[in-house]
Design a protein around this ligand. Structure first.
Ligand code: KIV
Ligand code: ZN
Length: 384
């Protein structure tokens, strides 16, 4: 059993905005940032200030606007990046610089043409420099998922000594299995001197569909921050989905893990991000997809009509969805038809329902879905 508060670090406006074709202008970013603040994210990664003048400007404006969340800016382990990020964040009520460098052998050799010791030196220099601007410095060990644990522990130890307050352990390529990622966090908890001075953070990508599972494995093994995005958007197959991890912790009180998120705003926030980015949500997306609370097979519909909990582990109202949907298709049964007919004012007795149901199936076999508008016509065709 693990206990504790898990910080939600939202990176919709940074990692999420790296999605091809989903670039947002500053105005849209401000609207989303304000909503994320209201949602209750602890940290809001507003952008990568050195990347473009537009991104710098967005980080400045978000810093000026945000009231509660800590505003964060990304940098590489490069002096100029850190100076620019510090400048962009100077108006924030609470700020954080997120700096880091690749630590896997593949990144060290192919990206940096360097060696392990020199990478530690660069990491320490970056954290120390960031610390000269802000108190709160998060360090990311890029590709930590494929970094050897012993070396990763040495990197973490060195950056904590330099003042890092948060250690981000990204599974940058989405390669880890949940038990491996969990074991990595546990290893760092147990083997890094000074680990009590810093928070371990999970930043998991979804290349194998394991981002949420890996983040949960991380917090179950002692991490206390999850980096995530609305609708799970992000590089390639995306990041950990904010709404998923929040609802997992909420629906499993036995885990004794909680967040500050107002879950009732999840659905509308998901819609806002999807519309602003022009990025549709897959209908079967957990928590916020159009079908997340829709029931179409007769057996399930009958159960949900009798007692919602038979086929739903979450109350749709808890995520801001008004009610569960009973969708009429050729797989629906009499209970669903009677339920929907009653909702629009037709109370059918057993004999009437038997008659209408036969007609209903004919229509349902022709159409993918039977809508409220079709029901009176079906009833009329039965001479009722
Ligand atoms: O996936 C990753 O490693 C990142 C870092 C820049 C934090 O996004
Ligand atoms: Zn990432």
């Amino acid at each position: 059993m693990v206990k504790g508060h898990v910080q939600i670090f939202d990176t919709t406006l940074r990692d999420g905005e790296q999605v091809p074709g989903c670039k947002l202008d500053t105005q849209n970013k401000l609207i989303i940032a304000e909503r994320l603040d209201e949602l209750g994210v602890d940290v809001l990664e507003a952008g990568f200030p050195i990347s473009s003048p537009g991104d710098f400007d967005s980080v400045v404006k978000i810093s000026q606007l945000i009231k509660k969340s800590r505003v964060c800016g990304l940098t590489r382990a490069v002096k100029k990046d850190i100076e620019v990020a510090a400048d962009a964040l100077k108006y924030a009520k609470k700020s954080r610089i997120h700096t880091g460098i690749g630590t896997s052998d593949s990144h060290i050799k192919y990206k940096f043409n360097s060696d392990r010791e020199s990478i530690i030196e660069r990491a320490v220099a970056a954290v120390s420099y960031a610390k000269s601007f802000v108190e709160d410095v998060e360090f990311y060990a890029e590709d930590a998922g494929r970094t050897d644990n012993e070396y990763l522990a040495r990197v973490c130890e060195a950056v904590i000594k330099a003042g890092a307050t948060v250690l981000n352990i990204p599974d940058t390529t989405g390669y880890c299995l949940p038990h491996e990622y969990g074991a990595k966090i546990k290893y760092l908890k147990e083997n890094v001197t000074g680990i009590d001075k810093a928070i371990l953070s999970c930043h998991c990508h979804n290349d194998l569909g394991l981002a949420t599972a890996n983040s949960m494995a991380g917090v179950l093994n002692g991490a206390r921050q999850i980096e995530c995005t609305i609708n799970g958007i992000g590089e390639r197959a995306g990041n950990t989905s904010l709404e998923e991890v929040v609802m997992i912790m909420r629906q499993h009180p036995d885990l004794k893990l909680d967040t500050h998120i107002n879950s009732k705003l999840l659905y509308s926030t998901s819609q806002l991000v999807s519309e602003s980015m022009g990025m549709p949500i897959q209908p079967n997306k957990a928590v916020v997809g159009a079908n997340a609370f829709a029931h179409s097979s007769g057996i399930h519909q009958d159960g949900v009509i009798k007692k919602r909990e038979t086929y739903e582990i979450m109350d749709p109202k808890d995520v801001g969805v008004t009610e569960s949907a009973i969708v009429l298709t050729a797989r629906s049964g009499r209970a669903a038809l009677a339920y929907r007919a009653k909702k629009i004012g037709f109370e059918l007795d057993k004999l009437q329902l038997d008659k209408v149901y036969i007609e209903f199936l004919k229509v349902a076999d022709q159409q993918k879905e039977v809508f409220d508008d079709d029901i009176p016509k079906i009833i009329e065709a039965c001479g009722l």
